[in-house]
Design a protein around this ligand. Structure first.
Ligand SMILES: [Cu+2]
Length: 352
């Protein structure tokens, strides 16, 4: 409320100043304000244009130096490297073209600013120039698009080759649940209509389907390193999006249908904690947290890096905190963990 009032006051003050400026301008009519730019006006505008060029270059360099460290660390999935490469090459091309075109735009605005007696050069067209500035973007863009399509089809090619682990990600306001196929690696049928909270059938598994008995339902996602995982996503209520940034993976979870994504994790959680970028990020975060702890603020205990699954669609008031921990570990560690989990049959309360 206070913010709204402050904003209203600021807007009203701005309007008042603008009105006063207009009155002042009208009262000055007698002065030689003809509305036509003089050499002096043009000179100022030219210098300002040139100055603005240095401003945008400066702010670009500043942002790179100051904020590069908040980018994601190296990709932890097999396809992630190619994805990052495509993004960085696109960035580099855009950056290169933008640096040159901004220079040309602002430098020429400065160089050819209006001056008395100076006439603009007029020529109708130049076929060679037209050709050059058409063909270069065509080649570069076609290359990027083809490369992008190739990368996209590779990433989105979800198949059952290489014996993938089948995992269901179930989204609901505001948490995630994961389900493994169990011993047979096959997920039992499920439907929101079969959800029975009283009997702990939280995902609506079909008890009549023999595949559902050994399914394992968990609140923490464990993945064996080096094994392909095929994710099947469902949503209970609204549109969510399963986003696993470190694996460069995202897929919408849509009520009423099953969406899929597949990737192979390549770096275990333990290994990722030793990555220099991650070490640096943990250090920076914990420095802030130490300061919070001194002030007695909540959420100030030291943080340890973990992979996360987060929701990337604004799905409601607690969307910001809709997340699940992901642990990538060795095959042995994974096998040990999954063996300790209760199956659906062991979990569900008997029917009355
Ligand atoms: Cu969500």
């Amino acid at each position: 409320m206070t913010a709204l009032l402050t904003l209203t006051v600021l807007v009203l003050v701005a309007i008042a100043i603008w009105q006063m400026a207009k009155i002042f301008e009208l009262s000055q009519l007698k002065a030689e304000n003809t509305g036509v730019a003089t050499d002096k006006d043009n000179k100022y505008n030219g210098y300002l244009m040139f100055g603005f060029l240095f401003f945008i270059y400066g702010i670009t360099i500043f942002s790179f130096v100051k904020y590069s460290k908040v980018l994601l660390p190296e990709a932890s999935s097999e396809h992630g490297g190619g994805y990052d490469q495509l993004m960085w090459v696109s960035f580099a091309i855009i950056f290169f073209v933008q640096t040159i075109t901004q220079f040309l735009l602002h430098y020429f605005a400065y160089k050819y600013r209006g001056e008395k007696g100076k006439k603009a050069l007029f020529f109708a067209d130049n076929d060679r120039l037209e050709f050059i500035w058409t063909i270069i973007p065509v080649i570069v863009l076609a290359g990027l698009i083809l490369w992008g399509l190739y990368t996209w089809t590779n990433i989105m090619d979800i198949n059952d080759e290489d014996d993938p682990l089948i995992v269901e990600l179930y989204a609901q306001q505001f948490n995630w649940t994961a389900r493994y196929g169990g011993e047979d690696n096959v997920l039992g049928d499920a439907s929101v209509r079969l959800i029975d909270i009283d009997r702990a059938n939280v995902l609506g598994l079909d008890e009549a389907d023999p595949n559902s008995a050994d399914d394992v339902i968990v609140k923490e996602l464990h993945l064996p390193v080096g094994r392909k995982v095929n994710f099947m996503m469902r949503s209970q209520d609204v549109l969510h999006s399963a986003y696993m940034p470190h694996f460069r993976a995202q897929m919408n979870c849509v009520p009423g249908m099953i969406t899929q994504f597949s990737f192979t994790p390549t770096i275990t959680t333990e290994e990722m904690r030793l990555n220099p970028d991650v070490v640096d990020k943990v250090k920076r975060t914990n420095a802030i947290r130490a300061k919070w702890a001194a002030e007695g603020r909540p959420n100030s205990e030291p943080w340890e890096f973990d992979y996360v699954l987060i929701c990337n669609k604004i799905c409601g008031k607690s969307h910001y905190n809709m997340q699940m921990k992901i642990i990538v570990e060795t095959e042995e560690e994974y096998n040990k963990w999954i063996a300790e989990q209760a199956t659906f049959k062991e979990m569900i309360a008997p029917a009355e």
